[in-house]
Design a protein around this ligand. Structure first.
Ligand SMILES: [Zn+2]
Length: 100
């Protein structure tokens, strides 16, 4: 049976696919990285709202590669910080639900 599928995008950190709506879109604007703007024009990459993924992407230089432009140290740090602030404390996804 045909199902209505959510468009999926791949996280540049963990390289896994997730529904687009659960990822953060990153594009490059004139002032640097535009984070979380789903409608920003131009080339974009997606990342999970998880600090681990931001660090992974940083290590692999995946954002610069995905956007085809260099990303400065400050921009990466800003991105990582923003994601850390976005994530509720102790929050994670994809792991086992370890209820108490
Ligand atoms: Zn990820």
């Amino acid at each position: 049976m045909p199902e209505k599928r959510m468009p999926e995008r791949r996280c540049v950190g963990c390289m896994q696919s997730f529904p687009k709506a659960s990822l953060i879109r990153i594009t490059c604007g004139e002032q640097g990285l535009v984070i979380g703007d789903q409608k920003a024009p131009g080339r974009g990459v997606y990342i999970c709202p998880r600090p681990e993924c931001a660090r992974l992407a940083d290590k692999k230089n995946a954002i610069a590669r995905g956007l085809k432009r260099p990303v400065s140290r400050e921009e990466m740090d800003r991105l990582i910080r923003m994601i850390e602030e976005t994530v509720p404390e102790g929050g994670s996804h994809g792991g086992q639900a370890d209820a108490r």
